[in-house]
Design a protein around this ligand. Sequence first.
Ligand code: PMP
Length: 306
Amino acid sequence: MSLHAFFEGEFVPQEEAKIGILTHAFNYGTAVMDGYRGFWNSGRDEMFLFRLRNHFDRFLANCKILRIQVAPTTDDLIGIAVELARRCAVKQDLLFRPLAYKASQSLGVRLHDLADALLISTTDMGPYLPETGVRCRTATWRRIPDISVPARAKITGLYVNNALARAEAAQDGYDEAVMLSENGHVSEAGPANVFIVRKHRVITPPVYDDILEGITRDTVISLARDELELEVVERPIDRSELYVADEAFLCGTANHMTPILEVDRRVVGEGEEGLLTAKLRGLYQEVARCARPDYEHWCTPVLGRP
Ligand code: PMP
């Protein structure tokens, strides 16, 4: 496999992309990241990059928060992403990681007077969490509030918050952590947004509960409303609502959709993937692989075959 990266304005074999030890972002976490997937569709002999425009729109908006300037437009980034995927030339799913970072070899905490750079790296990482479902614990670490570091910005340094929560969950024998916001509402999991289902209503935390505004979250909301004709509500969720939910699941680019089987040793629903979760997961898989014509506009072809 020839994984490539876009680094310092060029496409290079990934092992050749290296940064210096004084790189500002490496020392202070001053970078914005994103992640999008390329799904291999064997029937069409094509790779499709899922919701690329949405990922890059979010990425550039987040760069603004961190005062990083890497590329003028989303279209420039789309062009780079398509060429990068083409150069990797593999017939399998890939995960791409754009990173806009403070690149100066310069110590001193700040955002100003520093050079910015763009990197897009590639991995063949599969689903991040067990697809059969996860057992979660509520983290003792609170989600960092927007007034301290904005979670919506996907800033690399902020992920220490997620790492602390995930390490705690793993050490206590759980698969994943659910973080509560400072006011005690369910915010999100380590790498993913949270949904519950109660009485056929699909519920997810609102954007003001310190979540990353997930693109998979948006996909799930659309599919639930438009394909399954379910009511979707964005509202604060209490911790104990996780325990009494009929179904619960996590969603994100890295894990796709993952049923939550247990939270804090309380079985959720029947302790297995719920009916609506399974339906949504099936739809998501089809849409992401560009197997449903209504959603082709979300899928950017890499090789450009008709
Ligand atoms: N929350 C967090 C903390 C994440 O890191 C991610 C993954 N990017 C998500 C949610 C899901 O976002 P998306 O669906 O855009 O990948």
